[in-house]
Every structure is written in C-alpha cells, then in structure tokens.
Design a protein around this ligand. Sequence first.
Ligand SMILES: Nc1nc2c(ncn2[C@@H]2O[C@H](COP(=O)(O)OP(=O)(O)OP(=O)(O)O)[C@@H](O)[C@H]2O)c(=O)[nH]1
Ligand SMILES: [Mg+2]
Length: 693
Amino acid sequence: MSDSPLSTVRNIGISAHIDSGKTTLSERILFYSGRIHKIKEVKGEGATMDYMELEKERGITITSAATTVEWSNCQINLIDTPGHVDFTVEVERSLRVLDGAVLVLCGVAGVQSQSITVDRQMKRYGVPRLAFINKLDRTGADPVNAIEGMESKLDLETVQLQLPIGLGNDLKGLIDLITMQAVYFDGPNGEDVRREAIPAEMRDEADSARKGLLDTLSLSDDELMTLMLEEKPIPEQLVHDIIRRCTLASQLTPVLMGSAYDNKGVQLLLDAVTRYLPSPLDREIFARDIDNEGAETPIAADPEAPLVAMAFKLVDETYGQLTYMRIYQGRMRRGERYVNVRTRKLQRFSRIVRMHANDREEMDSAQAGDIVAVLGLDCVSGDTFCTEDTNLALEGMHVAEPVISLAVSPRKTADRDRFSKALNRFAKEDPTFHVSSDPETGETLISGMGELHLDIYVERIKREYKVEIDVGRPRVSYREAPSREIAYNYKHRKQTGGSGQYAHVIGKLIPLPADHPEDFEFESAVFGGRIPTEYIPSCEKGFRSMLGKGPLAGYPITGVKMLLEDGSSHAVDSSDMAFQICARDAFKEAFLDSKPILLEPIMKVEVETPSEFQGSITGDLAARRGLIMSSEVRGPLAVLQAEVPLANMFGYATVVRSLSQGKAGFTMEFLKYKRTPAAIQEEVVAAAKAAKK
Ligand SMILES: Nc1nc2c(ncn2[C@@H]2O[C@H](COP(=O)(O)OP(=O)(O)OP(=O)(O)O)[C@@H](O)[C@H]2O)c(=O)[nH]1
Ligand SMILES: [Mg+2]
C-alpha cells in the first residue's frame, strides 16, 4: 500500500470543537472503509481511535491518533485530533504535517469557540479544508445557521453541496446537489448507500440550492459561466474540478453534512475527501537550506530525491522512542542511516511502522507523502531528518506557552525515581508541558495549558507509573513587566588581587507595547567602540539571563527593550564575564526602578447553556472579575463569551455544572496578558516574599 501513486494519497486531519463528533466520525470512516468490522462508540467501549484508557473512561480524545484507510482507490492517512484546547499542541502538530483537513461543526451549536481556534490553526499552516456539519439528528439542528457562522465568524467563503432530508428525529438522508439525487443510508450501520430521485416536495428547494451552488462556482470559472448562460447541460466532472481547484487554493470551503452517530452522510464525505482535498503533490512545501543562510528552497514529493522528513510527534515507550514522521521528499529505507539536521548526528532507522491507532504494521520503506513512525530514534518534535549529504530544515510548529502550574511531589521517597522518569517523559513528548523547580521552596512545578491538561498528567503518573502524588493548588503563571522608561548608567568594578574586573554600560530600559510579538528586544547604538564590539553580545547575554525570574515576585519578565547607548571599558580588566555581570546588575536596578507591574493571563471563556440558566451564569462570571463580551441565542442554547482572569477560573467546571444542573458546558483558552489590579499585585508580591522566607 505504501507504493500507491502519490496523486491518490490524502493526508488529512479531523479537527473541531470539543464533542462535535470527530472520533465518532473517524470510527465510521474506519468501518465503511473496511478497516474495522464493528463500530464502537466513544461512550461505552471506547472508540478505536481513543485507545488510551483515560480517553475511553472520560469519553474525550487526549492524544491524536493516526490510521490509514482505503477509499475509492485512494489511500487516506487520517489523524483524529482532540477538541479540548488543553491538548491544542496535538492539533497544531497534526495540521503542521497534513495536507488537508475536515472541520467538523456541531449542527446545533454551529461555530463554537474552538472552531475558531482550529480554523486559525488551519489558516496558519495553509491547510485546505472541507466542512462537515454533524449531529443533524439532534433536536434544534440547523445547518443554515452553521453555514452563516462559518461565513461571518470564520470569514470563509462556503459552497453547500448537500441539503438534509428532514432534521432532528426526522433526518432521513441527504440531497446531493451535484448529481441531484436523494441519498439514503440503509442497513444496520448505514453501510448501504441508496440513491434515488429527489422527493417531489423537496424538488423546488433542491433546484434553488443547486442554482446557488452553480452561481458561486461560476464566479471562479468562465466555462461554467458560459454553459449556464447558454442553458446547456453541465458535466458533473466540471463541477468537481472547479470545487477541487477552489478548495486547494483555500478560496472556497465545500460544506457537507450528516450525522456520524446516526450513520448518515459519512460515505459522501469520504468521496469529497478523495475528490477535493489535496494529495502531497498539490502542496508547495519549502525547507530552509542551512548551507545557504537558511534560504527558502522548494522541495518536491519525489521519491527519487534525497530524503527530507519531519519528526512531528514522539511517544516515549518502554523499549525506546516512537517518532511520528511526515516524509516530504525522497524515500526512507529500513536499516539506513539519516542525519538529524539540528544535531548533525547520524541515526539508524532500524524499524519503520505504519500506525493504526495503537497497532502497527512493519514497513521496509516509506516515501514522500507518507506518515509513518520510526522506532528507537533520539530527537525532539520538530526535528528534520535528511540524507547525509543534504542539509535542509523544515519550519517547526507553533507552540503555546503554559499559563497554569501545579506543585507536585511523590508521597513516598521510594517513588522519586519513577516520578522523575514520568515527568521527563511527558515533558519530552509534549512541548506545552513544562517541568521546573521552584528555587525558593524546592517544589517541583508542572505547567501546562489548563486544569484538564495537568489533571490528565497527574492521573497518568499515578496509573502508568504507580506513583502516589500530592498535588498543590493550581497557580497562575504571572508575568512581570516595566511600566515606564528608565535610563541606566552602571559600572561594574572589582579589584581582586592581581587582575580586576571592569565594565560600564549606559542606556535605557524601554517598555514594549502590549501587543509586541517578542518578550524581549535588544538594540545596540554604541558608537565608536566605546564598548568593544566583542563585548556587545556579552551585554545582551547578561540582560537576557535576567528574564527568567523577575525581581518582583519571581515570575518571567516580558515587554522589555534594552537599548545600549554608551559605556566604557578597560584594556586589561574588561572581559566577557565582566560585561555580562555588569549588564545583569544594570538590568536588575533599572527594572526595579521602572515601576514594574504584574500581568495576569486572561482567558477567553465561552459558556453554552440552556437559556434558563443564563442569568445565574452571567452573574457568577461577573463576580469572577469577568467581562461579558457577547451573548447570543443559538436554538435552545444561550452562548456567552467572556474574558476572565485565569486566577478566578480554577475549579470552574464544578461551578458551571452546579449552576446549570449539569446542562451547561464551557471552554476556556488563553487570550492575553493584562495588568492585574494593584491590590492583587500586592497580594501576589507579599505571598512570594513569604514563600522566600
Ligand atoms: N446525536 C449525535 N451525537 C453525536 C454525533 N456524533 C457524535 N455524537 C456524540 O457526541 C459525543 C462526542 O463525540 P466524540 O466523537 O467523542 O467527539 P469528539 O469531537 O471526538 O470529542 P473530543 O475528541 O473530546 O473533542 C459522544 O457522546 C457521541 O456519541 C451525531 O452525529 N449525533
Ligand atoms: Mg475525539
């Protein structure tokens, strides 16, 4: 199977808001393509793709899972990703290496907050997508509302390919607006696709929807426009070709629909995946040429060219590391050695496997376009592997910074080893999970994207490593920033016996604007060698070394620009070390003088609730220093958007449940850092001082 022509390969991801049915949909895809012979539900036995015990228990996806199926002579490599933003790195790295995606929407809720996040990620990597409006069997399902949401909130140009026949309990099938047929899904699991004439009562609606479809497409195609003007028959293939072209160019998003749970519409979605989503040949991929100052170099999905592959995900297993790779160019052979471009170290690829959820199939070789896993490598996610004489690196992926941390410690001293083994492993696998130790208290801190994220790791340490652990209260990752510009003029002079140390720096500490992309900036305007050129980097190094831990309460520093304007040096006593120390002390003094402020993470919170609980939920959010940004009604649901400090959101899951008799759901994701009110800053600073004692 690995040698199917590249034009028939589809590497696609399924991404969406929590609970919209991605895993349920993947399970149907496995079933209809013959990969599995029995459908397992997410809740109950646990779906094939949710193979981790914790995923089955909680009915959520935590790690992305890959598999391969065949459909209409195409090989579809499929990755099912989690919806919870806590596991967003899984979506990020999947989209980094995939060629196309299916954006799933809930037919009742439409575009939800994480649909927006996922859409942003798809746009970041330029991934063409199809949309699937799921759950049309639910009461209140409204595909038109979902499509309007895509246009208004995601700013997508959509083209609707189907109409539902009935909705909610009455959902019977779909009308295919391209072939103008009614499609029904018979048999115990909807496996028998039956195509028939459109029911008479829907004829008009279907005609006008088809006209809408063709009108949209004709705007991008003259041939179609002419055929329509001349009222000539329109070949089906022409319609497919235009949709494919516009999808690949991300000009249009084709919209399909159905109900995964109710086994309706999935086969048509698969047809659309093979028809409209790109093959590896359709994507333009660039690498950076390390030997040529990192110049952008196109690479080709050509199996005969030298190998270029990217490690995008790793799992640390008992017998070594499992490294997921996307091959962009060339061919990878078992037993060969390839070089890790970052370390320039050669590594033997002794085993290559294709993953099917948690099962694997051995391979002798794999080629451009493939997604496989290699056993026993040593690398980090984002590394590029090449043939020995090639030196190309692929761009890494976007990794979000942790906002919440938790002190953890093993209850028994005897468990220390296994405890640190577990932490090392998770930190290696997950770039959004950090482990550090609090220098004041000596406690081990784990940091991540949210309470659920850390909760899952705590649970995994207990289960997979059999370590009983004590867990502290969650803490907010604050930041420290200057609030005013301050000039510095600092001399470092020391006479110790023989040679002394001398360095002198003059300049300004300048606050960066809140929306500045970098935490720190350095600029040297030193002129005429007042500080010898070789010591300028020493100054920058000294400044930078202060960023990890601010003097206010020990939190990382952000929003600083250090301008170096002048200084002086001594022929004998000046050194790299002297300038580093000098810069460090100058920074500390200047920063403390700059009226530093504490910034706190503000979360974007979206609550979906039956309307009757809207009042109490709004009141509660306001009491948490929340700003209600919008509230709208979507069918039976009220949707509230708010911006709330993370510090006041711990344990919110329990609160929202009790406020709504368990009927409301919420999502939360990091939005921005914002200045904390003075009273809270005082509290945090006092607490940090107390901890120091
Ligand atoms: N009524 C109805 N329920 C569905 C449908 N698809 C999925 N569900 C249910 O919705 C819930 C969530 O489904 P999942 O497939 O786990 O959703 P997911 O998007 O994979 O969830 P995460 O991976 O945790 O983000 C489960 O209870 C499913 O049975 C559908 O088409 N109709
Ligand atoms: Mg899932």
